[in-house]
Write a protein that binds this ligand. Sequence first.
Ligand SMILES: O=P(O)(O)OC[C@H]1O[C@H](OP(=O)(O)OP(=O)(O)O)[C@H](O)[C@@H]1O
Ligand SMILES: Nc1ncnc2[nH]cnc12
Length: 188
Amino acid sequence: MPDQNAPVAPAVSPAVVEAIRSGMTETPDFPSEGILFRDLSGLFADADGLRTVAAALVEGFGPLDAVAGVEARGFVLGAAAAVATGHGMLAVRKAGKLPGEVLSESYALEYGSASLEVHPSTLPAGARVVIVDDVLATGGTLAATIRLMERAGWDVVGVAVVLELEALGGRAALAAATAAPVKALLAL
Ligand SMILES: O=P(O)(O)OC[C@H]1O[C@H](OP(=O)(O)OP(=O)(O)O)[C@H](O)[C@@H]1O
Ligand SMILES: Nc1ncnc2[nH]cnc12
C-alpha cells in the first residue's frame, strides 16, 4: 500500500507557496463561530498564481484521463488544472443540480452537511481521475467524492488540495477511504 504521508514528487516550489500565501485570507468566526475560514479568492483572481498552483496540483500522479473538481471552489482549480494539462474536467455537483439518474453521497464537513452527485455515464469505466479541491479540513467532502468515483467505476489515482488544515484530521479520513496518494501544496 502506498505511503500517503510520502510527498508526491516533485516538491512544491517556493513560487507556488508564495502564490498561495499571498492569495489567501483568514477570517475568524466565518461561516459560524469557532471556524477560521481560509478563502482563496485572491489566488483565483491572480492569473499567474492560478495557473502555477493549478498545474502543481495535478503534477506527479502519472497518466490521467480527467481532473475532478468539487463544487464550488474545486471547480475553479479543477478547470484550470484540466486546461493546463490537456484534460477534461469532471464536475462533482452539490445535490439537486444534475438532471436524470445520479449517484449521490452524503457527508459532514467542518461546518455542516451536504450531498454530492455525479452522472455515472460522464466518463468510461476505469477512467483515471485526480480529485482536486481548495481545502482539506475534516475530509468529509473528499471522502464522499472518493466513494462517488468508486461507485461510478472510476480509478482515483490521487487527491490534491491547495490547503490542508492538519488539526482537523482530514488526511486520516482519506486514508480510510483510499490507498491513492494525497497531496497538499501547503499544510497549516
Ligand atoms: O474537509 P471538509 O471538512 O469536508 O471541508 C472541505 C470542503 O469545505 C469547502 O467546501 P464548501 O462545502 O464550503 O463549499 P463551496 O466550495 O461551495 O464554498 C471546501 O471547498 C471543501 O470542499
Ligand atoms: N476553515 C475552512 N476554511 C475554508 N474552507 C473550509 N472548508 C472546511 N473548513 C474550511
